[in-house]
Design a protein around this ligand. Structure first.
Ligand SMILES: Nc1ncnc2c1ncn2[C@@H]1O[C@H](COP(=O)(O)OP(=O)(O)OP(=O)(O)O)[C@@H](O)[C@H]1O
Length: 351
């Protein structure tokens, strides 16, 4: 059974991405160069679910969610496919929407927590002013009514009202990250996109921020797309996980199944490299490097590093196949992946 996601109830989908290709298209000294950062992704996200995206550095995660968030800028361009939201105020396809249509959903329906909180917060603007810039118009509130609502929301995030008077550099890293979560959620958006929201934080603050994101998501029943390369974060936060390798979605499924019965050798490697209780040495890294996305290998893009690769993998790109309930994999040899999986649960993952 090849492709697709049509077995799901599409009415529950808040987002449907079909055949999405988004490339960085550049010209240096008259020579055109194209980086195929997102290269044919089809997936969907339901109302109220937390979907995690994982993959190593340069695999295309950030480029993909920039497109989802309608935050891409040239040289990144959508070259094919669609990104359709089914918002309460009507459907919207990011691939064809006008700037004005995107503005009408930004923050109120679709919000984005970018990588690195300092880059979102203007260093010379007090936090209160930034809240005003982002949220006053979409919320339709000004003055005291607006401030009261923001203060209430900050209290949920365990932030005192005083932070509104502070400049970003006066806050700790954890507080700044909570402020950006506050900015992204104050308008109760239907869809929240978070790019590595906890990577720069220490483990204790990281746990706190993750449980905050989960609490707020439950309270608002919004959908969240969560990007991190840290698989243990996915294990603890997400309902489903999608693995991106070299610009393509190579596997997706319910989080538990992805950890205990992965059906792609790359996912099996990511899970196997997580520490286990009793480990005395670091687990071996995957040999080789991810491919150059301006000249990716033919066939399956993972084949040069894959322990299961056969001739067919070198010439034919595997389609996404349904491999179990809600579980898809793009691997010719998905039935042979099981022996690569260590049956012991990784530390921090409940068996
Ligand atoms: N502004 C840009 N111009 C040209 N190429 C870019 C640009 N930004 C990213 N790329 C390229 O696009 C590809 C995907 O990068 P992307 O940042 O989306 O990956 P990522 O998986 O999010 O990586 P990381 O985890 O390091 O953030 C990489 O080959 C990267 O070099």
């Amino acid at each position: 059974m090849t492709q697709d996601i049509k077995h799901d109830n599409q009415q529950d989908d808040l987002l449907r991405v079909e055949g999405l290709k988004a490339y960085y298209q550049m010209a240096y000294f008259g020579v055109d160069r194209e980086v195929r950062a997102v290269d044919g992704i089809t997936m969907s996200i339901k109302k109220g679910e937390i979907y995690g995206i994982a993959g190593e550095s340069s695999s295309g995660k950030t480029s993909f969610i920039k497109v989802l968030a309608a935050a891409m800028r040239p040289p990144l361009r959508i070259v094919d496919g669609s990104v359709k939201y089914n918002f309460k105020n009507g459907p919207l396809d990011i691939a064809t929407a006008t700037e004005k249509q995107i503005e009408s959903v930004r923050w109120s329906h679709l919000s984005y927590i970018m990588q690195g909180s300092m880059s979102v917060l203007n260093p010379v603007r007090r936090i209160g002013k930034t809240f005003h810039d982002f949220a006053s118009k979409p919320m339709g509130l000004t003055g005291k009514a607006f401030e009261d609502r923001v203060v209430q929301h900050l209290a949920r995030l365990k932030l005192p009202a005083d932070v509104l008077k502070a400049y970003p550099h006066e806050l700790s890293g954890g507080m700044r990250q909570r402020v950006t979560i506050g900015l992204a959620t104050v308008c109760h958006p239907e869809f929240v996109i978070a790019d590595e929201p906890t990577t720069a934080l220490d483990v204790v603050v990281q746990k706190e921020v993750l449980s905050l994101i989960r609490d707020i998501q439950k309270e608002m029943n919004s959908s969240v797309v969560f990007v991190t390369h840290d698989m243990s974060v996915h294990a603890n936060v997400t309902d489903r996980v999608g693995i991106i390798y070299a610009g393509r979605l190579v596997e997706e499924g319910p989080t538990r199944q992805m950890f205990f019965t992965p059906k792609h050798p790359y996912t099996a490697h990511l899970v196997a490299s997580l520490p286990r209780i009793g480990d005395t040495q670091q687990r071996p890294a995957l040999e080789g490097r991810p491919p150059n996305l301006s000249d990716p290998p033919k066939g399956c893009r993972f084949h040069p590093r894959c322990p299961l690769a056969v001739d067919k993998c070198r010439t034919e790109a595997p389609p996404m196949e349904v491999v179990g309930p809600g579980h898809r994999s793009a691997c010719w040899r998905w039935k042979d992946v099981e022996p690569l999986v260590n049956s012991a649960a990784p530390a921090g993952v409940i068996a």
